[in-house]
Design a protein around this ligand. Structure first.
Ligand SMILES: [Zn+2]
Length: 368
């Protein structure tokens, strides 16, 4: 079968190749890939900064944001039938397992021995087929087919909001307002998830007003262009106290600006990955004082577990019902497999790029 593979650690080694097609063992299903979203982690793997081949293989099939259709099931599979649309969960528990992996909370793995499909020690999904155990597959209703590839990036926001709610159960908390930093796919999906919770949402991004600001306004949120407005405590004077800040850019200085911007009792959630070695000067006394005197929380979050995928399916349906067509507009680029590298090119007006492995059959999965 065809797959996009890399030699981990070697920059620009990404290539379309012929690899053996996996064969399902009893209890597994064979999934035919529909499309695969490309994100910053894929870019880092293709750049040789990250990624680990499965033991014994000299290559890694990339891709972790998937949407596929069950092709065949083997004996012992009960909940899935051929034709079902599925999204695969990315992370797998460590073999020890640690206390978190042991209870299915592998997104909280303590020892770092987890594996991740398309990233760390397991092949990914940018291939014509993959094989998986049903417990790592999440079923999607037919009407979500055209946007189902957004489920995995949405789960980053789902986990973040789940964690925020758990942490904030420490007090009587009635949030009104959230600021999302970054209008990339995860930022926009987080903004939608916050809008579903009836918060007043502001999305802050360096892109000049255009498609991103249109998408933000279409969901009833507000766009703040970073060129025109610094992120600091004065923002609250203009828009009101900011109860939640969700950081999704990975531009680390914004994390400190966010600490200076969030309201008393508020929470800053960091989800953006910063791979560089940037140093900045911060007002350490001021930030420390504000965190202490304001009961403020700052925390980091990564990955997601099955619970977040299941919540994400429900929320994709709710978003489609409330803002029809909006999710489809987040997917700005669809490319065939042999042009996967173009998915990494950042162009104004591009939000999410996906690689189409097998195009949709006519009439299937169109938005209703
Ligand atoms: Zn673990």
């Amino acid at each position: 079968m065809k797959a996009v593979i890399v030699t981990p650690g070697r920059p620009r080694s990404g290539r379309l190749a012929e690899v053996p097609q996996p064969v399902p063992k009893p209890g597994e299903v064979l999934v035919r890939m529909r499309e695969v979203g490309i994100d910053g982690t894929d870019a880092e793997i293709l750049d040789g900064q990250y990624g680990e081949a499965p033991p014994g293989d000299g290559y890694l099939i990339i891709g972790h944001e998937s949407l596929g259709r069950v092709e065949t099931v083997t004996g012992g599979v009960e909940d899935l039938v051929p034709g079902d649309w599925v999204v695969a969960i990315v992370r797998r528990p460590d073999p020890v397992p640690c206390p978190n992996c042991a209870v299915g909370e592998w997104d909280m793995c303590l020892n770092g021995l987890y594996s991740e499909r398309g990233i760390k020690g397991l092949h990914g999904f940018l291939a014509e087929y993959y094989v998986e155990q049903p417990r790592y597959l999440v079923k999607l209703p037919d009407e979500l087919t055209s946007v189902g590839v957004l489920l995995e990036p949405l789960t980053i926001a789902e986990k973040a909001l789940d964690q925020i709610e758990r942490i904030q159960s420490r007090l009587v908390w009635q949030p009104d307002r959230a600021v999302v930093l970054g209008a990339g796919p995860v930022g926009l999906l987080a903004a939608l998830a916050l809008r579903l919770r009836e918060l007043e949402v502001y999305v802050y991004d360096r892109a000049e007003p255009g498609l991103k600001s249109e998408l933000v306004e279409a969901m009833g949120a507000h766009y703040i262009w970073a060129e025109k407005r610094r992120l600091d405590h004065k923002l609250a004077d203009e828009i009101g106290p900011i109860d939640v800040i969700f950081e999704a850019t990975g531009y680390s200085p914004l994390a400190f600006d966010a600490m200076d911007t969030v309201a008393p009792n508020g929470i800053v959630c960091l989800s953006g990955v910063s791979g560089g070695g940037r140093t900045v000067q911060v007002s350490a006394d001021h930030l420390n004082l504000e965190l202490v005197l304001g009961n403020r929380v700052v925390f980091g979050t990564v990955n997601a577990n099955r619970r977040h995928f299941e919540a994400g399916v429900q929320h994709l349906s709710e978003i489609e019902a409330r803002w029809p067509g909006l999710l489809s507009r987040i997917i700005t680029t669809r490319l065939p497999m042999n042009r996967f590298a173009e998915a990494l090119q950042r162009q104004p007006g591009n939000v999410k790029a996906v690689v189409e492995v097998f195009p949709l059959p006519a009439g299937v999965g169109q938005p209703v």
